[in-house]
Ligand binder design. Sequence first.
Ligand SMILES: O=C(O)c1ccccc1NCC(=O)[C@H](O)[C@H](O)COP(=O)(O)O
Length: 214
Amino acid sequence: MPSGIRVKICGLSTVEDVRAVADAGARYVGFVFFAKSPRNVTIEQARELALEVPLGVAKVALTVNADNALLDAITEAVPLDMIQLHGSESPERVAEVKERYGLPVMKALGVADAEDLPKIADYETVADQLLIDAKPPKGADLPGGNGLAFDWRLLEGREWAVPWMLAGGLHPENVAEAIARTGARQVDVSSGVESAPGVKDAAKITAFVQAALA
Ligand SMILES: O=C(O)c1ccccc1NCC(=O)[C@H](O)[C@H](O)COP(=O)(O)O
């Protein structure tokens, strides 16, 4: 019996990564466009990778406070199914990106404690999906992909008007518990399926997807 859980593996940078993710049964792949990230890819690399992604697996471009020039360049070159906004983009900017590119937009929001929850509602009516991630530590180089979890009990009983994904510090050993505690139907992972920063590990990807779908 299928579980209905959907998995996104973020930060792919090789064709082998794409094959491992597709073979494992993940439903989304993420390409990171953020220079400071060990997972950063160029537009040309992302295009080559995207062309290897089979039908049925959604291709997501992850950007951080990107301007229209960068988003124009990405969307013109890379065949995409979704744009993930992982910076401090306002609800108005989310609406603008949706309108300009005609693609679904997923807005990432960082959570560390209960005070971070009300702002999520500001995006429910404009974003197509929400990514509820761990808030990065103060002074961190990366707004995501830090391998940090937050207290999942904060999400118990929460519902939003649009589909959402749980992210932050997930790995093959804790993803089943995270799903059980939060009720998430979608999960996202990056560093939890790596052997070193930016280096995806096919065995960990398979183990993660199996654990999530079990
Ligand atoms: O992964 C990155 O390097 C990254 C860089 C800049 C902004 C966001 C980034 N990742 C966002 C993601 O969607 C990650 O998958 C998510 O934060 C979970 O990461 P992890 O805790 O490492 O599984």
